[in-house]
Design a binder for this molecule. Sequence first.
Ligand code: NAP
Length: 338
Amino acid sequence: MKKYNIAILGATGAVGQEMLTVLVEQNFPINELRLLASKRSAGKKVLFNQTEYTIQEANRDAFEGMDIVLGAVENDLAEKLLPHAVLAGALVIDNSSAFRLDETVPLVVPEVNPLDIMTHKGIISNPNCATIIALVAINKLHEYAHANSLVVSTYQAVSGAGNPGIHELETQVSQVMNKEEVTSSTFPYQIAFNIIPQIGGFDENGYSSEEMKMQNEGRKILHHPDLKVTCTCVRIPVYRSHSESISISFDKEIDVAKARELLANAEGVKVMDDPNNQVYPMPLDTTNQDLVYVGRIRKDLARDDNKSLTLWCCGDQVRKGAATNAVQIAIKYIELNK
Ligand SMILES: NC(=O)c1ccc[n+]([C@@H]2O[C@H](COP(=O)([O-])OP(=O)(O)OC[C@H]3O[C@@H](n4cnc5c(N)ncnc54)[C@H](OP(=O)(O)O)[C@@H]3O)[C@@H](O)[C@H]2O)c1
């Protein structure tokens, strides 16, 4: 079996660290593994699959000889460095939003649009984490009844802002408990014992950048340019796993029983829906695994046409929303190119 030279750009971050875990779990065929991060981390040792690796400083020449580069850094760095990985002959699978809406870059959720991988010109983008979770949850319903609009509210974990987000919640909880002054740097306000209805900057219509990703990326992934989405993204003081309330309006009738049946057979989905016995997904259930859990499936009472449903879903955004999705793209790419 062919083995691949793999680099992780951002190997010390929340997503990069999880990529290491997922590569081991998936038994990914690795020949050489190169772990890249900032100057601050260069020289640090990381244990991977019982072998010790030394973190190297990322620069334009760091990708020579690599087959696949997994990007897990912010946009500015992704834009600066990843084109050099492509020039060095690697396939890049990037987690930042830098290239997602570029027409030459496929934006892929393997359960939804795997064949888009084949159109790549060197870079494949991993979608926004909340968008991946929503699309895995609704894809089979959309295939059956064609979704024409979504009303989404997200409840997003602090680790969506990487390791600094986790650190800020931990620090603030301790500051509050010790009656110390609360300091914020990653989030615009105190997140401990609070929620913040802003993720990213606002546009002229009052929507945040995170909210518009749900529409713009959703349209691209589903090949559905007319999909209408209104979204409210909220940061909540949970460490890990995003939750979402989604109301979907379809082109044809669909009832709750049909939706449950479709979702029971949907790849990447676990139905957890027995409200009378208090069974529904919560972020603690979905943390550290790869499925999107779906529950609270019910008729949308704001519409009376039998063509609308409301559901609740949770998924681990560091794994399925980032690291796992990227590794799944790499595995699919290998399968499709056999
Ligand atoms: N966290 C999530 O849930 C999530 C989900 C989907 C997508 N994403 C996206 O994934 C990317 C990574 O996010 P994250 O949450 O993992 O962030 P993070 O925990 O803050 O990690 C950032 C990584 O970037 C590296 N880095 C920073 N400055 C660098 C430089 N000058 N040169 C080389 N490396 C540098 C850091 O290395 P040092 O440790 O050396 O500073 C670290 O490895 C972002 O684009 C983010 O939007 C994140």
